[in-house]
Ligand binder design. Structure first.
Ligand SMILES: NC(=O)c1ccc[n+]([C@@H]2O[C@H](COP(=O)([O-])OP(=O)(O)OC[C@H]3O[C@@H](n4cnc5c(N)ncnc54)[C@H](O)[C@@H]3O)[C@@H](O)[C@H]2O)c1
Length: 366
């Protein structure tokens, strides 16, 4: 069985959950594997994924074996598969750029990123590592607001001739200029901003779609989210938040019957509650009018572990990029991007996106 060789930029909680999952499902069979959308995509199972290169900037991660670094602080996600073998792949120093937000210095080190003092690599160095490692795609897991750093790693992926999975809300796959650059080189890309398996976005979208289908006029809505991981701490710097808010708000607006005025929709990360760690709690309120113009409202509270929730989708995104590579397909993978991500280049409702993804997998599975 062929392996899928991936490189990762940002070994935080999401990467930790993904890597744990690769090992967790190794000992499972299709009958007892819980929590996957697909056991197999083409010939690939979760355990066929292999991390061959990784970049981070935190002193507790750089220089360590990947399978140890994912358990280093400030990572705080639930450990569901803690007994990992040594991978033999050392975490390399990444290029910091805007990956680190200064406000983190006001918090205890156990909760924040602590930049390593190692020499930062240039583009040539990162490209060389990617090429020598045999990586077939790069997964971007940088903090929200890492605009320059994301462009740096996307540039490296292009130069190394590999695919790209953009898990974060910096617009690359949904930016026509970047989209064209990946298409030109026939390199597959999925993005932007991964949509968790059963998280706030998919739940809010599904309910919004339900209002539309049932003829209930949605007049006002909010989605407030709290969490205690570094993703939430990072997002306390409101200057980094713009694209996250756009991504999350548009994901809901896109499935509404008619767009809500800006004043009537509020969607976004709301606060950092340290003791929640990687537990994310989401509060949704929707106000509408049904038959006879009679008002109604709905309140929902969703509690999830944030990072495994995204890994359950990333594990499929990686395998779809691999299918594209096997079949010589490049550019944005539209079905998978719209099903797996909050901010694809084109929005479809989730039924349609699901079908497009199924069709993609069926068409390119050998
Ligand atoms: N959890 C989810 O469901 C979900 C959903 C959508 C998007 N995301 C996004 O995925 C990204 C990763 O999330 P997370 O929870 O793993 O974050 P995290 O804070 O746990 O991890 C970020 C990692 O990036 C590293 N880093 C910072 N700057 C870097 C640089 N320049 N080069 C290399 N590494 C760098 C940090 O040291 C840290 O290890 C975030 O942007 C988050 O918003 C997560």
């Amino acid at each position: 069985m062929k392996k899928i060789r991936i490189a990762i930029a940002g070994l935080g909680n999401c990467a930790s959950s993904l890597i744990q999952g690769i090992y967790y499902y190794e000992s499972r069979s299709p009958e007892d594997a819980i929590g996957l959308m697909h056991w197999q995509i083409g010939p690939y199972r979760p355990s066929d994924i292999e991390v061959v290169a990784a970049f981070d900037i935190d002193k507790r991660k750089v220089g360590r074996d990947v399978n140890q670094a994912i358990f280093a602080k400030p990572n705080c996600t639930k450990v569901f598969c803690g007994d990992l073998p040594v991978s033999g792949v050392k975490v390399r120093m990444g290029r910091i750029l805007d990956g680190f937000s200064e406000h983190m210095q006001n918090y205890d080190e156990s909760r924040t990123f602590v930049p390593a003092t190692a020499q930062e690599p240039g583009k040539e160095e990162v490209v060389r590592v990617l090429k020598e490692s045999g990586a077939e795609m790069l997964l971007n897991y940088l903090p929200v607001g890492s605009e320059e750093a994301t462009r740096f790693y996307a540039e490296c992926a292009l130069e190394a001739n590999i695919g790209f999975v953009n898990n974060i809300p910096v617009f690359i796959a949904s930016n026509p200029v970047w989209e064209a650059r990946f298409a030109e080189k026939n390199l597959p890309i999925i993005g932007d901003d991964i949509k968790a398996q059963l998280g706030a976005t998919i739940t809010h979208r599904t309910l919004t779609d339900l209002f539309r289908k049932r003829g209930v006029k949605l007049e006002r809505t909010y989605q407030l989210n709290t969490g205690g991981n570094t993703d939430f701490l990072n997002m306390l710097n409101r200057d980094r938040l713009l694209s996250k808010k756009v991504s999350k708000t548009e994901a809901v607006q896109a499935v509404a019957d008619t767009r809500l005025d800006d004043v009537n929709i509020h969607v976004g990360p709301s606060d950092y509650v340290a003791w929640q760690n990687d537990n994310k709690v989401c509060f949704i309120r929707m106000e509408g009018k049904l038959f006879g113009d009679v008002p109604m409202n709905l309140e929902l509270r969703l509690s999830v572990e944030d990072s495994p929730n995204s890994a359950g989708v990333a594990i499929d995104a990686v395998r779809c990029v691999k299918l594209a590579l096997d079949n010589g397909i490049g550019g944005v993978l539209e079905g998978p991007s719209s099903y797996f991500c909050k901010h694809p280049i084109r929005q479809f409702n989730d039924d349609r996106a699901y079908q497009m993804t199924k069709d993609f997998i069926r068409k390119y599975s050998k």
